[in-house]
Design a protein around this ligand. Structure first.
Ligand code: 5GP
Length: 191
């Protein structure tokens, strides 16, 4: 089990597909550049405007499974037919250096992190409504109909689990949501 020194926080941020996690996290990192973001590995295909090594490390199933065998992941999960995993080494280095790092992972990953890392801070981003979420995924226009249905179904299940998180924050306005999460990280928000 890894542990942080007094300045480094392990911050888990989850939320359903399309809720705007990327925009909120991007704003958090702009507001506080001392915080890092973990880059996960995935077997899903690269979307237009994503960059390998920046948004994800895009790997084949075979490569991912080799990494599982080599214990290279802090946690990993399957989500809508693809693998996603958090590389262990960068997280350990960050926390050992006393820096805070955000993991943008799903509810299964968040649960695994909680059992291995009691001090982590877990925040769930909620959409203003399910209708709003559907529209945001449609706007993104990157999913097939089948994948859209599967992501929406999954979103409902994930939202039900948001009660297990330390904090829930609604993403209505990105800037407001990012500032609220920063206040949580700084210990300025009441539960
Ligand atoms: P997307 O395909 O939309 O980029 O991500 C799908 C889901 O996988 C999102 O909920 C995202 O937070 C989650 N995810 C991304 N990276 C990881 C990871 O390393 N581990 C886990 N458990 N989930 C991840």
């Amino acid at each position: 089990m890894i542990s942080s020194n007094k300045n480094g926080n392990l911050i888990v941020i989850s939320g359903p597909s399309g809720v705007g996690k990327d925009s909120v996290i991007h704003r958090i990192l702009e507001l506080d550049p001392s915080i890092s973001l973990s880059v996960s590995c995935t077997t899903r295909r690269l979307r237009e405007n994503e960059k390998d090594g920046h948004d994800y490390f895009f790997v084949t199933r075979g490569e991912f499974e080799k990494k599982i065998d080599n214990s290279e992941f802090l946690e990993y999960a399957e989500y809508c037919g693809n693998y996603y995993g958090t590389p262990r080494q960068p997280i350990e280095e960050c926390l050992c250096a006393g820096k805070s790092i955000i993991l943008k992972i799903d509810v299964q990953g968040a649960e695994k992190i909680r059992s291995n890392f009691r001090e982590c801070l877990r925040i769930f981003i909620l959409p203003p409504s399910l209708q709003d979420l559907r529209e945001r995924i449609l706007l993104r226009n990157s999913e097939s109909q089948e994948n859209l249905d599967s992501r929406l179904k999954r979103a409902k299940l994930e939202i039900e689990q948001s009660v297990n998180y330390d904090y829930m924050v609604v993403n209505d306005v990105v800037d407001y949501c990012a500032n609220k999460i920063l206040n949580i990280i700084y210990g300025l928000e009441e539960k």
